[in-house]
Design a protein around this ligand. Structure first.
Ligand code: ARG
Length: 563
């Protein structure tokens, strides 16, 4: 039930000639300070219309409206403040949550439309970096948020498995590499060859020519080149998959860049036919002057394709395969300009989904304020970070709850959850300075804090197992419960808002808010006291547990029942 609508409907008869119902709805505010009511109508916005003092307008209105649906309606200066009937409201909300269960907050606005999400997309033969972690967890959460809004997300890992760097890697491997080393520790050794290539080519620029030739061979299907490439790819993918398993993230497809190699000629032909390709110093470009962008380089002078060539083919493929309702790319903000160019080229080509293409950028992860990059060797291996987090969680559990069953499983859920939550609670455009110890704290705005509130609710419910929780008429008059009930009521709106901005942090912040409200309630109330409201209080606890678990699920974080 939309209580803002109830407020609007209450005001409407008194304002018939002045404001439409929709306008009234628009104006209604939610005071931050709940002592000022649950909803407020700013009467001062009508001062010109009525030619009266705002305070007078508010007093006149309160006389004219039917206030019976509210606990009270008060005039406070230029505002009209509405206080909800707590018992009726709580019965309504708790009934809704308990009836819907995990489906609470689900809406169908997406009409089951397909939404490919380009996410994670690490590069073969390089370690998956903390930056790829952000794309993985942000993309995974946006997929769940999409599903909760009735869309059908398709998680596509657009692996960087093609491009001139493979020419460099093959050149380097043939010069300095050996098979045994790659088999033993593929990523470390492949990175070593790649770094060495970049050191050597400063003094030996002829290495670059060799690399270019190898990439050309690869594109033309040369057997040795293909063999090495596919071996590097397999080994890298194995390493990536252990990390995805730890994170609990699954993909619907791993169509990397190479998948589009045989689909590029059609794109080039189409561009040519539409008169979009122009020659520039031997290379082929699409002019984007009317978008105020630099020309997009589509083919190099030697005929080699580029990152954008493959992305154009990818977008065309997704268009034909999925007829997408939206086309999403969760990629770091350093590629913002690039995605503007991509969208502009696709718009010029007349691709229908170009207008629904959204680049969803995010800020950098720094460690002690420093940027991470593969070439400089300043990389943090995500795998190691996850293991550290799990180990720290194990230590915490050993201290706090040594008798916990399934200790190892819970340590995984807490450690990995802390990393995911520590990322997603930040607005995605903000940079994050990485600090494992902070993210793993049980106090403060952390994943473990929210998980702990959920586990606490479950523990109460275990103690009260003899009580049946009513699904309707759970009236709670305790004012200490009010913040929690209102937070529960807000969940469906959070689902809608989070999608509008592609902002998982809305959900994470919401989870913190609900957990905080519940912890406060828990500290002030005797939930298990045997009195008439006990079943209603348990209904509240059950609702909190359900919604916290669901909010965490939308973030890709698990919620253990005990910790
Ligand atoms: N592999 C790229 C990188 O690590 C990201 C790919 C993003 N997706 C895309 N369709 N361009 O920078």
């Amino acid at each position: 039930m939309d209580y803002k609508q109830v407020v609007a409907d209450t005001l409407a008869p008194a304002l018939t000639d002045v404001l439409s119902a929709a306008d009234i709805y628009q104006k209604i505010e939610r005071p931050k300070d709940t002592s000022k009511g649950d909803y407020a109508f700013p009467a001062f916005t009508l001062a010109k219309t009525f030619k009266k003092a705002p305070q007078q307008i508010a007093s006149d209105l309160v006389e004219k409206i039917d206030t019976s649906k509210f606990e009270k309606v008060e005039v406070a200066g230029p505002y009209l403040n509405f206080f909800l009937d707590k018992a009726a409201f709580s019965a309504q909300i708790l009934g809704e949550v308990l009836t819907a269960g995990a489906d609470y907050g689900q809406n169908q606005s997406g009409n089951n439309g397909n939404v490919p999400i380009d996410m994670s997309s690490p590069n073969i033969a390089k370690p998956i970096s903390m930056g790829h972690l952000r794309s993985t967890v942000i993309g995974n959460s946006i997929a769940e948020i999409l599903r909760k809004n009735g869309y059908n997300p398709i998680k596509d890992n657009h692996l960087g498995d093609w491009g001139t760097q493979f020419g460099k890697l093959i050149t380097a491997y043939l010069k300095w590499g050996n098979e045994a080393d790659v088999k033993k520790d593929p990523i470390t050794n492949l990175v070593k060859y790649y770094v060495k290539f970049h050191k050597e080519d400063v003094e030996h620029p002829e290495l670059d020519d060799e690399a270019r030739e190898w990439f050309k061979k690869l594109e033309d299907g040369d057997e040795q080149a293909r063999h090495l490439w596919s071996w590097f790819r397999d080994e890298s993918l194995k390493a990536f998959k252990t990390i995805y398993d730890k994170l609990g993230v699954k993909f619907d497809t791993y169509n990397g860049e190479a998948f589009y190699n045989d689909k590029m000629q059609a794109v080039i032909d189409d561009l040519k036919q539409k008169g979009l390709l122009k020659e520039s110093q031997g290379a082929q470009v699409v002019d984007l002057e009317k978008y105020n962008l630099n020309p997009a380089l589509i083919l190099k002078s030697d005929g080699a394709s580029l990152y954008i060539t493959r992305d154009i083919a990818t977008a065309v493929y997704r268009e034909n395969t999925y007829h997408p309702a939206m086309n999403l790319y969760v990629v770091g903000s350093e590629q913002m300009y690039y995605f503007k160019q991509l969208k502009a080229v696709l718009t010029e080509m007349g691709l229908p989904s170009a207008k629904n293409l959204h680049h969803i950028p995010f800020g950098l992860i720094t460690v002690n304020g420093k940027k991470l990059s593969t070439r400089s060797g300043r990389i943090i291996l995500l795998d190691a970070v996850l293991d550290d987090a799990i180990e720290m969680a194990q230590k915490q559990i050993a201290e706090k709850n040594p008798d916990l069953p399934n200790k190892d499983q819970v340590a995984k859920q807490v450690g990995v959850g802390a990393i995911i939550f520590g990322d997603l609670k930040n607005e995605r455009m903000n940079s994050i300075d990485f600090n494992l110890a902070e993210q793993l704290k049980f106090e403060g705005e952390t994943g473990p804090y929210v998980q702990y509130a959920h586990a606490r609710a479950e523990s109460i419910l275990r103690k009260a197992s003899d009580v049946t929780v009513p699904t309707s008429d759970a009236k709670i008059s305790d004012p200490e419960a009010w913040e929690t009930i209102k937070a529960l009521a807000d969940f469906p709106d959070v689902i809608v808002e989070a999608l509008k901005e592609f902002e998982p942090s809305d959900v994470a912040k919401y989870a913190i808010r609900l957990a905080k409200a519940f912890n406060k309630y828990y500290a002030h109330s005797k939930i298990l006291a045997d009195d008439a409201e006990k079943p209603a209080r348990l209904a509240l606890v059950k609702s909190v547990s359900t919604v916290l678990k669901e909010a965490l699920r939308l973030l890709g974080v698990e919620a253990p029942d005990e910790m």
